[in-house]
Design a protein around this ligand. Structure first.
Ligand code: TYD
Length: 204
């Protein structure tokens, strides 16, 4: 069977990361080889770029170019080879995050994002994107309860995160064939049930 590429997206505090490993285990249980990875990151170079991106203040276009530079490396070293071998890739964030954060949150023109997307992976899109959506105050509460130090994006004001959420929902509206919106304020068990249903109808 051909390998599939599944991405997870959502505002900070949506709780998507806890579901990434569960979904991968679920797929492995069906006998599939699954790679779990993340962006920015996923390669040695990408993880170094992640460190900079999450901590270092920089120009918006520099930030965007570094996100796509890390992505180019990730595609070349990890994602494309795995898919070619017929294996599955589950990735915590991908280009929809650039549209949501750099585009929606920070206001970068969509045509610049579109050009970078076409350049870096014009030939490849995720087979399925799971967008974890929830009201901002619930997400903020979760981040506060976690009581850890916040990165550059998490430190942004509420209106930034509202714009990120809105941009994600716009993407979902524009690409219903690929992006499934998950109600992330639901219980963990209900979210798992929903993920299983989606997998059965779309992927298996
Ligand atoms: P994330 O992977 O959610 O980190 P953690 O779960 O460890 O907090 O997030 C990394 C941050 O990078 C997140 O706030 C969103 C941001 N980001 C962008 O702004 N653009 C992008 O293209 C990507 C992939 C991430």
């Amino acid at each position: 069977m051909k390998g599939k590429f599944i991405t997870f997206e959502g505002i900070d505090g949506a709780g998507k990361s806890t579901h990434v490993d569960w979904l991968a285990e679920c797929l492995r249980g069906r006998g599939l080889t699954v790679h779990v990875t993340r962006e920015p990151g996923g390669t040695a170079l990408g993880e170094q770029l992640r460190e900079l991106l999450l901590n270092q203040t920089m120009h918006l276009e520099t930030e965007t170019l570094l996100m796509f530079a890390a992505r180019r490396e990730h595609l070349a070293q990890v994602i494309e080879p795995a898919l070619k071998r017929g294996e599955w890739v589950v990735c915590d964030r991908f280009s929809d995050a650039s549209y949501a954060y750099q585009g929606g949150g920070r206001g970068l023109e969509r045509n610049k994002l579109h050009q970078l997307e076409s350049w870096v992976h014009g030939h490849l899109q995720p087979d399925l994107t799971l967008l974890f959506d929830l009201p901002l105050d619930v997400a903020r509460e979760r981040i506060a309860v976690a009581n850890r130090s916040l990165d550059r994006f998490e430190q942004e004001r509420a209106d930034f995160h509202e714009r990120v959420r809105h941009a994600y929902l716009e993407r979902a509206h524009a690409h219903p064939e690929r992006i499934c919106v998950i109600d992330a304020s639901n219980t963990r068990d209900n979210i798992r049930k929903r993920l299983e249903e989606i997998l059965i109808t779309i992927c298996l």
